[in-house]
Design a protein around this ligand. Sequence first.
Ligand code: GAP
Length: 492
Amino acid sequence: MAKITKLDDIVSLCKRRGFIFQSSEIYGGLASCYDYGPLGVELKRNVRKAWWKSVVQTRDDVVGLDCSILMHPLVWKASGHADKFADLIAECKKCNTRSRIDHLKEKSNTADDEHTEHISIDAAQAHAHDLTNKICPACGAVGNFTEPMPFRLMFETQMGANVDDSMKMFLRPETAQGIFVNFRNVLDTARVKIPFGIAQIGKSFRNEVTTKAFIFRTREFEQAELEFFCEPGTDEKWYEHWKEKRFNWYLALGIKKENLQFRQHDPDELAHYAKACVDIEYKFPFGSGDWQELEGIANRTDYDLRQHQRGIRTLNDWFENNNDLSKIQLKAEDPDYHKGPLSYFDQENKKRYIPYVIEPSAGIDRSTLAFLVDAYDEEQVRGETRNLLRFHPQLAPIKTAVFPLVKKEGMPDTAKKICNELKKYFNCFYDQKGAIGRRYRRQDEAGTPFCVTIDGQTKEDNTVTLRDRDSMEQIRLSTDKLSGYLRKKLEM
Ligand code: GAP
């Protein structure tokens, strides 16, 4: 029977093998911030690479972008984040712990049933706030909360050294806005025609009230976002296209189908910009083993581009109010907004419009966690427990390890030579320490798909042993066929 993976097993393996460490650990650690170690950094790089390959490299209708994290403060006024990006929280009157009210559990209901990511204050206010039966997660007191209040999620910072020209800035809470404000630049320079998308991978920051479960919800994280611009009226077709495409991406990289599902958002939980939204959920092993959001796919309509047209119209007010965001209101929309600076002119049909946007928005850290959880396995082999990570070859941090059977008879030199040759194509690891069985186990735990062993026979007939991580089967292969064989198997 397959073993049920626990988050603790994953956390402990990640620490032991150098995938993920707590940030600032030698100072006692910084809550909800994590560092990726030597294996983790390769894994995460491969997750990014696989996303980019699927969303940008293999398509001819998507281009890439890399925007700065700090952006003009008016961007956040126009996008709605400055006024609306907040969680409703309540403070426990007994222990003073603040919690998101949508994450509070009922006294009679111990299931981990939090499904929501952030919802706009408007949407949150539509919910009833009866906290009489809700439990404080810190001290267990029931129904002893203050009135709910909004808690802003954007981190603030200061830019500039001089008192008179320094201004309050925000660390971006999503990468998407960098794409919207560059829509015109890309349109004018990249010879793109609607429908087309702009993709970006980068860090985002949110001062989360509840952080959770290792790298699942942190205050600094990486997003992989696509804004796909299309003609209004074709948006529902593209929404379906990206739903299917993104779901299949996880399956193609080895996530088990039974651990993946869609969840359509109810109208009252939609973000302030969305006409429709669906989550791709993964069955994470925390709480009661509940389904949690892995990625959101939203129909953002023409909301953002229209809002930025209003933002640009507000620039004068911004200067007149000494760059103080709190003193300005966004200018009303131009009645001719569809002809504005962020509109698109369809040459063939001689039409001008503001495009609609379909947005698949994934978390790189969160999918890395899902790939780790899904790949984790324990099995009994000859009375011993074998821990292994059954990573898809594209994701495995190390693709092949090369061992000399013993440290003599020229075996280390041959092994090093083979390892260096393979390194031209992919990450390859040389190891000569310890018994061969232990060396195999160490690579199983790192998720390395293949191990190559140089032994006495290598000198005789130029063959090596190739061991498969998943089946543990071994075959002999001639050294001149090795690189080609592995590159095919590893899809490199
Ligand atoms: N631009 C749309 C947007 O940002 P979101 O649902 O708030 O939508 C998209 O975030 C994805 O980013 C989530 O599905 C999740 O994978 C990731 N994400 C969001 N907040 C996160 C956090 N605090 N820690 C880790 N990943 C997060």
